[in-house]
Write a protein that binds this ligand. Structure first.
Ligand SMILES: NC(=O)c1ccc[n+]([C@@H]2O[C@H](COP(=O)([O-])OP(=O)(O)OC[C@H]3O[C@@H](n4cnc5c(N)ncnc54)[C@H](OP(=O)(O)O)[C@@H]3O)[C@@H](O)[C@H]2O)c1
Length: 331
C-alpha cells in the first residue's frame, strides 16, 4: 500500500467541494487520487481545481490507485453506490445518513464485514473534542444525576431544487438534520434508546418532512427531546440537565474550525463558562478514517464494529420516529 490512503470522491457534491476535499488535501495521511461526476465537464473542473484526475463513477471504482472512496451522493443512492464501492474492494467513507432505513444500513455494514473493509458514516461532529469534554464532565458527576437531554439541529430553507426536498433521493429533515440530535443522544446516553413519540411536519406539495421532533428515553431513564428542521433560523445545540446542574453547548454539530466552543455550566448560585480549544472536526474525521485503513482494520475490528452498530442503531431509531410520527401539514 502507498504511504497515504489514496481517496477517490464519487460525486462533485457541495459538501465535497467545500469541506471534505480540502480536508483530504490537508491531512498528511491521505491523498486525492480522482474526483468523479456524472457530468464529465464538472469532474474536469473539480480535478483542475484540486490537482487530481477526473473520472466517471464506474471508472473511479476500477482504478488501482484508489484505496478508499468518499461517497457524498443523495441518501437514497448511498446503498447502491456504497455496495458498488465495497464490491470493488475499496474502503468506504459514506456521507450521513448512511442509509434511508435500518435494512439498508445492515446490508452496508454486513457487506463491509464480509469483504474485510472499513465503513464509516461521515458524522464529523463525533470527531470534535468538545463532546469528549462533555462526556468527561458527565462521567465525573458534574451535573449530578442526568435527567434530560434537549438537542436541536435546525436551519433555514434551501433553493427549491435542493436534494433535501426530493423524496425519491432520500430527502427530508429527519434524514438530513434529525440524525444529528439522535446520534448525539446515542453518543452521550448509550445504545439502549427507545423512541416514545414523534411529530413530522410535512410539506404537502413536495411530499417531504421539513421539520419534526422526537422524544426518546435512554436505558437508564434520561428523557430526551430532539428537534430538527429546515424552516428555522440556524441552531445547532444541546443541553444536558442534571439533578445539580445544567450544561449547554452551542454550535454542537457544525462548528467551523475557527470556532472556540463555549461550554456553559449553570448550578445553584454559580455560572461557569469554559472556552474550549478550537478543533477541526472534518480533518479529524479524515485522519481517523485513514488511520483505520492504514492499520489494516476492517468492519469486524471492535472499534469499527462499534461504528457499524451505531450506524445501524441510528437508522433503526429513524425508522421508529417515522413509524410513530403524528404528521401535520406545513402551512
Ligand atoms: N457531513 C456533513 O457535514 C454534511 C454536510 C452537508 C451534506 N452532507 C451529506 O452529503 C450528501 C450530499 O449533500 P450535498 O448538500 O453536498 O448535496 P449536493 O450538493 O446536491 O451533492 C450531491 C451530489 O450527488 C451526485 N448525484 C448522483 N446522483 C444524483 C442524483 N440523481 N441527483 C442529484 N445528485 C446526484 C451529484 O454529483 P455529480 O453531479 O458530480 O455526479 C451531486 O453533486 C448528503 O448525504 C448530505 O446529507 C453531509
Amino acid at each position: 500500500m502507498s504511504e497515504t490512503v489514496r481517496i477517490g470522491v464519487l460525486g462533485c457534491a457541495s459538501i465535497a467541494l467545500r469541506r471534505t476535499i480540502p480536508a483530504i488535501l490537508a491531512c498528511p495521511q491521505t491523498s486525492l487520487a480522482a474526483v468523479a461526476s456524472r457530468d464529465p465537464e464538472k469532474a474536469k473542473q473539480a480535478a483542475q481545481r484540486f490537482g487530481c484526475d477526473a473520472s466517471t463513477y464506474e471508472e473511479l471504482l476500477r482504478r488501482d490507485d484508489v484505496d478508499a472512496v468518499y461517497v457524498p451522493v443523495p441518501p437514497s443512492l448511498h446503498l447502491p453506490w456504497g455496495l458498488e464501492v465495497l464490491r470493488a474492494g475499496k474502503h468506504l467513507l459514506l456521507e450521513k445518513p448512511a442509509a434511508t432505513s435500518a435494512d439498508e444500513a445492515r446490508r452496508l455494514v454486513d457487506e463491509a464485514g464480509a469483504r474485510g473493509l472499513v465503513l464509516r458514516e461521515n458524522f464529523n461532529f463525533l470527531h470534535h473534542g468538545q463532546h469528549r469534554t462533555v462526556r468527561e464532565l458527565l462521567a465525573a458527576g458534574r451535573l449530578g444525576t442526568v435527567r434530560t437531554l434537549s438537542a436541536a439541529f435546525c436551519f433555514p430553507g434551501m433553493p427549491a431544487s435542493d436534494i433535501r426536498y426530493v423524496p425519491q433521493l432520500g430527502g427530508g429533515a429527519l434524514l438530513d438534520a434529525g440524525v444529528y440530535p439522535i446520534r448525539v443522544a446515542q453518543l452521550l446516553f448509550g445504545a439502549d434508546l427507545r423512541v416514545t413519540g414523534s411529530t413530522l411536519r410535512i410539506d404537502p406539495a413536495r411530499g417531504v418532512d421539513v421539520a419534526g421532533q422526537a422524544l426518546l428515553v435512554s436505558g437508564d431513564g434520561v428523557l430526551i427531546d430532539a428537534q430538527f428542521g429546515f424552516q428555522h433560523s440556524y441552531g445547532s445545540r444541546y443541553s444536558v440537565w442534571g439533578s445539580t446542574g445544567r450544561l449547554t453547548l452551542d454550535r454542537a454539530f457544525t462548528p467551523p474550525a475557527t470556532w472556540s466552543p463555549v461550554l456553559r455550566i449553570e448550578e445553584q448560585d454559580h455560572v461557569e463558562e469554559r472556552v474550549l480549544p478550537t478543533d477541526n472536526q472534518i480533518e479529524n474525521t479524515i485522519r481517523s478514517f485513514a488511520q483505520a485503513v492504514s492499520e489494516g482494520r476492517d468492519a469486524r475490528h471492535p472499534d469499527e464494529a462499534d461504528y457499524g452498530a451505531q450506524t445501524i442503531r441510528t437508522a433503526e431509531l429513524v425508522d421508529e420516529v417515522r413509524r410513530l410520527a403524528v404528521r401535520v401539514e406545513s402551512s
